[in-house]
Design a protein around this ligand. Structure first.
Ligand code: ATP
Length: 378
């Protein structure tokens, strides 16, 4: 239908971006398809809709020059091929009409710049000017243009690079990693909402620790989540050391991610020790303590949610509660459900009871002395 519509209008059109990437990777159900027209994307969308059964409505986003048709569960987005240039203080590009290749150049990564022809003259041909196919095979995140330009133009791409590396288990090309580190401060021009979107996707991945280790390595983490970075390091006084709570946290998050997809429980695992940075003390008699870290931590959750403009709703309260009780079940692991305070929290957690148990179990696993040894060298 799209081919026919584009021929009626005499414009070339291609499927581009995530759909092509995921199709070639054999990744699950697509939720959206991006179609680029070398001409008006809005006109093409209208034509396509007029040919589809039931003539679905076309949503038009004039400011962006895009249009969208919902077809069952699928969102089909249409855009005219464009050339972009940027001003230093904004992520919003100056846009002009362009060729397919101009449009591929404005894409963030080579694996997201692949285009599949919908034109009858070369239907199904893959247009890949930056060797995105090679990068899919080598499992590499690489930018079509010089990395420094790509990340500086739109710093959200730094988060996207780390997010895709985590979701797809790809490696970020060294030059890209360096450019991200050099441009890290520019993340400040990105809205909190966009940063949080990417954080959610990292946390929802199979192995979130990969993303957090990359955020740490590129030095974006202390800008976005300084509470987590503050957990890093092992101090030694009078021969006594404590474990590295940052790397321990990442292990807890991975553990829990093996057993639950609940995003908020994963957030809770990520934040379960944040109160330990400000409460750390060394006592001559008892050694290192983090007394009261659960209470301090749950207050920190509130501030962190507020700062990141995450909604201060039941989800936040759930995370706070999990943080508040994060070390209790370990002490109580034997008769976990018989403790009234814990039982009340389990009750409050409602549908999340199973997840709650999982969080506790995940933490207990990492409290296992054999596993802990890996992190403490103690
Ligand atoms: P997912 O749906 O998993 O997020 P996706 O690749 O479809 O993956 P979208 O955010 O929907 O991601 O973007 C669609 C396409 O638009 C991308 O594949 C990429 O080509 C392009 N794109 C999106 N955001 C940017 C950006 N900040 N800079 C450059 N290109 C981008």
């Amino acid at each position: 239908i799209v081919t026919e519509a584009s021929e009626n209008l005499q414009v070339e059109c291609y499927v581009i971006g995530g759909f092509v990437r995921d199709f070639l990777l054999g990744r699950g159900n697509p939720k959206d398809i991006d179609i680029v027209a070398v001409g008006s994307g809005i006109e093409l969308a209208r034509k396509v809709a007029s040919k589809l059964p039931g003539k679905p409505q076309v949503s038009i986003f004039k400011n962006f020059g895009t249009a969208m048709i919902k077809h069952g569960d699928l969102e089909i987005e249409f855009v005219g091929a464009r050339k972009e240039s940027y001003h230093r203080d904004s992520r919003k590009p100056v846009v002009e009409d362009g060729t397919l290749e101009d449009d591929q150049k404005r894409r963030d990564f080579t694996i997201n710049a692949l285009a599949l022809s919908l034109n009858s003259s070369n239907l199904g041909d893959l247009l890949d000017p930056f060797d995105g196919i090679g990068d899919l095979e080598r499992k590499i995140i690489r930018t079509p243009l010089a990395p420094d330009v790509t990340y500086s133009d739109d710093p959200l791409r730094m988060m996207r690079a780390i997010r895709f590396a985590t979701q797809l288990n790809f490696t970020i090309q060294l030059q890209s990693l360096q450019a991200i580190t050099e441009n890290k401060e520019r993340i400040k021009i990105v809205s909190k909402e966009r940063i949080v979107d990417e954080l959610h996707k990292i946390i929802a991945s199979k192995k979130p620790s990969k993303g957090f280790a990359l955020l740490h390595k590129t030095e974006l983490l202390p800008i976005i989540l300084p509470e987590l970075t503050a957990l890093e390091g092992i101090e030694e006084i009078e021969g006594q050391r404590h474990k590295d709570n940052f790397w321990h946290t990442l292990e807890v998050v991975d553990n829990i991610s093996e057993t639950t997809d609940n995003l908020w429980l994963r957030w809770a695992a990520l934040l379960h020790d944040i109160g330990k940075a400000p409460t750390k003390k060394f006592h001559k008699k008892i050694g290192w303590t983090f007394h009261g870290h659960e209470f301090v931590g749950s207050k920190m959750v509130y501030k962190l949610f507020k700062r990141l403009r995450l909604p201060l709703n039941d989800k936040m309260k759930f995370v706070q509660k999990m943080v508040l009780m994060s070390s209790r079940p370990i002490v109580l692991s034997e008769d976990f459900v018989t403790d009234s305070a814990v039982r009340r929290l389990v009750f409050d957690a409602g549908d999340n009871v199973d997840d709650l148990m999982t969080l506790c179990e995940a933490d207990i696993t990492t409290k296992n002395p054999r596993k802990q040894k890996k992190y403490t060298n103690n």
